[in-house]
Design a protein around this ligand. Sequence first.
Ligand code: DC
Length: 230
Amino acid sequence: MSGSEIPVLAIDGPGGAGKGTISRLVAERLGWHLLDSGALYRLTALAASRHGVALDDEAALAEVARHLDVVFVAEAEATRVLLEGDDATTTIRTEQVGDAASRVAALPAVREALLSRQRDFRKPPGLVADGRDMGTVVFTAAPLKIFLTASAEERAHRRQRQLREAGVDASLSSLLKEIQARDARDMQRSVAPLKPADDAITLDTTRLTIPEVVDRLTELLTQRGLLPDA
Ligand code: DC
């Protein structure tokens, strides 16, 4: 299988649409590799803060991104993330790191620095790539591109449930505001803005369960002839 023949399922969409969970489940079901590209932006932001690099110093941030010392360890329930040898799995999921990630992700030099690292995840038998620009920039020739979305209200509810499970209370209105601000920043940036690729299929998950979405994606992959016959 040459590099360009290795199938990629590109899943883009706004934060909280379920991309992370769905991508992990599809990758597990198919035995494909998984790229959580948002984690790379989050790790860049965290590494920058640890090394005292300002969030507006584009050149220095790009250096941080290029030299990111990160290891992803696939485990049964989730992927453990090690940054410079330290477990950063939960730290990179905080709102603070998410907010910083969305700022560094708006800088062209940082995006450029992370390009080849993202493309290196494409290995046989296939890759599920989760992000904002998987179909529009990183894997433009992906044979299946999905734009996964859900209403901002539904995404705020999901986030609130997730936080509750982690023992954190957050008001729905503040979560909704954060989600809308993050959407606006991701969609309005001049480089690689969040938008569906021209050839993407949009899937609104507001009223779908997780297994329904996973089944739908498996169906689409089968229809495109991307899975070996069962
Ligand atoms: O999906 P996430 O919440 O982990 O992403 C963190 C931030 O990184 C988010 O603000 C969008 C940005 N991002 C991006 O610009 N491009 C990607 N391919 C993935 C994430």
